[in-house]
Design a protein around this ligand. Structure first.
Ligand SMILES: Cc1cc2nc3c(=O)[nH]c(=O)nc-3n(C[C@H](O)[C@H](O)[C@H](O)COP(=O)(O)OP(=O)(O)OC[C@H]3O[C@@H](n4cnc5c(N)ncnc54)[C@H](O)[C@@H]3O)c2cc1C
Length: 411
């Protein structure tokens, strides 16, 4: 295909989810010409808990998205409720004393709406092609990346750029083509989501229940707009493989359990539960190479404890764009320059991902969960310690220190 101004860009962004659309917005701020290619057409669904908390909200503010989100049929979240295996609960209020200058509310908004908002905002500043399924990377005679090809409405098309951002999610074609797609079960989790109507006692809280039916995973119950709940379960792929029950059966067990049955008594299931995988940020991966960087789920950045990945996807977009700027300033796209991306990414996200990996392991210990949550439900001091950690004003690593549990026991 002939190269012309209409198909040559600075960066090709593959995937228009939170990583890709945010990357286009950040790139526009520094004057880089991008194109987003996405195999779907927007608005499209994405299986998710739909929660936009802490870190996501920080980047949403930077990209001027908060007002747009608040105007949608979303739930505004002020409280996080944690439930223990023996059903003791404690609430963390986002507007507590620790949160003097940090995020005071979160949101739950269907990804079909949120991703479309972000994509349409990006579309104002970047070229986009929907229904474009990238199938391969193309190189020049010296093995330098010069673009990608793919199917656009069944026609094979070529798009050119010296730099590629792989923002194409957990099954990333870019990661696969570059030999960076991990196949290890223990690095991935699986989760299913289902929307329900008329679930009782939904207010402004998101609920995470570490209960026997799912342990060491959890059951989530989030309000998601007017009278709708987003519910689901998440667990490691290894655990799912070893459990004789199907994921849908585990979810049914939770809904029909003594503790939750009454809340679902008059409820109505709005869809068949759908599952998707979560590439967890349990180890530092290589996410760069000559002429490319991997972002968001393609880079395996989901928090292993909470299952959140939108904020980290947006964080990776900001960092990748910073590195792209350096590449263009030096007119050099090789791995010696792009490797700084991995370094900055891990500096920014590594400490939290490492802590969450340890926390995920602790979640296997039923007794420990019971002790901490029981104490937190009745003891203001313990609640304060945990709130402080979540508000990042007390190091969260403390949660992985055995002494912390001794302290809780005797507080
Ligand atoms: C069940 C579940 C619950 C979750 N709950 C939460 C939550 O509550 N909060 C939270 O923060 N995170 C949550 N996550 C994680 C979150 O969904 C992801 O981390 C986030 O979507 C990552 O964004 P992304 O842009 O990297 O990838 P995606 O959102 O997956 O976007 C990838 C895009 O790439 C496109 N694409 C893929 N392949 C190609 C191709 N070959 N050519 C062109 N386009 C392509 C896709 O169409 C898609 O639009 C959850 C995940 C799951 C599975």
């Amino acid at each position: 295909m002939i190269r012309s101004n209409s198909n040559i860009f600075d960066i090709i962004i593959i995937g228009g989810g939170p990583a890709g659309s945010s990357a286009a917005l950040y790139a526009n701020k520094i004057g880089l010409k991008t194109i987003i290619l996405d195999k779907s057409s927007f608005p499209r669904d994405k299986i998710c808990g739909d929660a936009l908390s802490g870190k996501s909200v920080r980047y949403m503010k930077e990209l001027d998205l908060i007002d747009d989100v608040r105007q949608q049929d979303c739930s505004i979240i002020k409280t996080i409720t944690f439930g223990s295996p023996n059903h003791k609960q404690f609430n963390l209020h986002l507007e507590n004393k620790f949160q003097s200058n940090t995020i005071k509310e979160g949101y739950v908004l269907k990804r079909k709406i949120f991703d479309n908002l972000l994509f349409q905002k990006a579309k104002k500043v970047t070229k986009t092609k929907e229904n474009f399924k990238v199938t391969d990377i193309i190189y020049d005679d010296n093995s330098n990346i010069i673009g990608v090809c793919g199917l656009h409405k069944n026609d094979l098309k070529y798009i050119y750029a010296p730099l590629i951002f792989g923002c194409d999610g957990s099954q990333s074609i870019v990661a696969k083509k570059m030999g960076l797609y991990p196949k290890l079960q223990h690095k991935s989790a699986i989760a299913i989501r289902c929307y329900y109507k008329n679930v009782k006692d939904l207010t402004n809280q998101i609920e995470l229940h570490f209960i026997d039916e799912v342990l060491p995973g959890y059951f989530w119950l989030f309000p998601c707009g007017k009278n709708v709940a987003n519910i689901g379960i998440g667990l490691s792929k290894e655990q799912a493989k070893n459990d004789p029950r199907k994921l849908t059966e585990i979810l049914d067990d939770v809904i029909n359990s003594n503790f939750f049955r009454s809340r679902f008594k008059d409820s109505e299931k709005l869809e068949t539960p759908k599952g998707w995988s979560l590439p967890l940020g349990k180890t530092k991966r290589i996410n760069h190479g000559n002429g490319f960087m991997l972002l968001g789920d393609a880079a395996g950045l989901i928090d292993p404890f909470t299952g959140e990945g939108i904020g980290n996807a947006m964080a990776s977009a900001k960092i990748a764009t910073k590195i792209a700027k350096k590449c263009f300033e030096k007119n050099n796209f090789n791995k010696h320059l792009t490797k700084e991306y991995d370094k900055l990414l891990w500096l920014e996200l590594g400490p939290e991902l490492k802590t969450s990996t340890k926390l995920q392991r602790l979640a296997k210990y039923r007794l420990l969960l019971n002790i901490v949550m029981n104490k937190a439900s009745s003891n203001e001091k313990v609640k304060d310690i945990i709130s402080g950690m979540l508000a990042r004003e007390i190091p969260k690593e403390m949660l992985t220190n055995p002494l912390f549990y001794l302290k809780v026991l005797f507080t």
